[in-house]
Design a protein around this ligand. Sequence first.
Ligand SMILES: N[C@@H](CCC(=O)N[C@@H](CS)C(=O)NCC(=O)O)C(=O)O
Length: 204
Amino acid sequence: MKLYASNRSPFVRKVLVCAHELGLADRIELVPKVVSFLNADEEVGRHNPLGQLPTLIRDDGTSLYDSGVICDFLNQQVAGATLFPDQPAARIEMGQRQAAADGLLANFMRWYGERRRADHPLTPQYVAICRGKLQRVGDAWEAAAPAWRGRPLDIGFIAIGCALAYADFRFAAENWRQGRPQLADWYTELSSRPSFLATEFGGG
Ligand SMILES: N[C@@H](CCC(=O)N[C@@H](CS)C(=O)NCC(=O)O)C(=O)O
């Protein structure tokens, strides 16, 4: 399998954490790419009409996206794997956590993209909207975190871990740990797993 990837992408990191957890990391050849909303990559676009990372090329040449679908596919490659629970209520609850994490990451992508634009300044109103989403999601996770302790790892928890890691990587000044001790403790434990340590963000 080949994965169009960037070591700065939190969505790619979700896939790589899953691959490490499932023992599949050495079956995935990484193809480094730099893409952004304003700078498409023609090769990635041939395999994914959205032109986004991550995009997986399976051994039969067919492609898969987005990160959640790729993770589901990887989970299916390993007999007995449980990153996507089968039980319907557990799957919905897990999906809700993944959706919140992916939504927060999409918010970070917009925020970071706007922050880097040279042609116009980031308005206080824009920052307030982005920051509000971070604060509300962070508060919801702080309330939920005590019940997460000791739960089996799944894609929802991996996605939350990648979102918090990205907050540290690109938005350290937002200090998401402030006032959220339960979430901070939970994340410290999660992020010390070998799968997270092996997939640290890199580059600028
Ligand atoms: N929903 C997608 C989001 C992927 C995404 O936003 N990837 C970013 C890189 S972190 C990207 O490719 N941005 C370029 C673009 O949106 O055109 C997923 O879960 O994979």
